[in-house]
Design a protein around this ligand. Sequence first.
Ligand code: SF4
Length: 471
Amino acid sequence: MQQHATSISKDLIQRYDTAAPRYTSYPTAPQFHNGFSEADYRTHAELANNSLLPRDLSLYVHIPFCHSLCYFCGCNKVVTQTTNNKVNEYLDRLLREIRRRGQLFGADRLVTQIHFGGGTPNFLSAEQIHLILDEIAQQFHLDLPHKLEIGIELDPRSITPKGVHELNQQGFNRFSIGVQDFSAPVQEAVNRVQNEADTVDVIEAALAHSKSVNVDLITGLPRQTVKSFADTLDKIIDTGATRIAAYNFAYLPARIKAQRMINPTELPSTTSRLALVALARDKLLAADYVHIGMDHYALASDSLAEAYRTGSLQRNFQGYTTHRETDLIGVGASAISNFATAYAQNEPTLSKYIELIDSDKLPIVKGLSLSEDDRIRHAVIQQLMCRHQIDLSAPVGRLADTDLHTSMSDYFAPELTRMAQLAEDGLIELDQARLTITETGRFFMRSIASVFDRYLPQSQSGQVLPFSRTI
Ligand code: SF4
């Protein structure tokens, strides 16, 4: 499919640059509640095990430690300078949690994907990472080595090319590297000064060991200009990174304490932020990357672009993925698990997480059992985010694996009526049979998807929305 360069009017920005979720889940995390217990989690795990064709499993391992605080960061993390007792204590509980979780899933639940996120997973030593992988291998049934994807997020400030090689020796075959922006004034403003040559060396080492290497960039950071960000983009394109995520900075100082260290007068205006987003898209398309969705791009030869072309792309808490829908098991502080019928989230605070593990419990503190309507809307939002279109003539049940025969256009009649303005503004094309997001609409995908979010109007009743702006 031909993808075109970008031009968006100011009027559209004013109308659609609203606060909306990123939809890595639906319902989104603010809907999780603490009435959801460990017993509920066990019931849903059992249900998933007993389904006719049990899904494969993905494991997410959360390592919350970081060496220093980046002011833009909204992740669950603990900043500490030493590899001290705190880390060993955490590691010990993490291994115990893996043991407990493993007991809930049978031999027919194959693990096809393992992802280490954080925080900074490469805060851990090679020996510590080995302990975790070894425990997973003992407690779960892993797919064949050549099929198993093992990914890790890397902070290039604390790993060398040799370290990347060692990770590959341990089985890691997917790397995601945090860059954000190479400009020195931007790096200083967000307290993340990172040497450019060292970063490029780490990316190149990762590319030597993996078919898929992702680089994370951020648009909308303080002191960022179109010129400085163009320079960063050129340098990253030159490395040959196969995937590039250019996230919009989610500025939420009321909720994320670290962001209060950012001088708000140094943040780019909405128009400048859109110029940065448009710049990323235009440069990446010109360099043969495919815009696969939201803020993600992949080289045409990368498996993510292939999944986009064939309609098998999926979206989960780690962003876009090539894996068909799996059940996600999150281990570690704040990690989220997901079955077809429920979400469950672990305790985020380290000390409380440790207490829960010590009291022989799973550290689950909140979650949500999904209603049929939740599952239908989840499937619709997935379709929009991953395929940019939905078939309105199909029965609702086909999309969401339920028995409902009502057509999509009937089930979502109120939402489709509300979307008339989006069609008029050129963000979607809408007829009896199909809703398609246009190329302009891709910049506002979160706003478009939010029309199908049953919970969002409740959040808008007077309280501060816990979501960032869409651009
Ligand atoms: S961006 Fe990464 S390294 Fe920086 S504070 Fe957040 S998790 Fe830690």
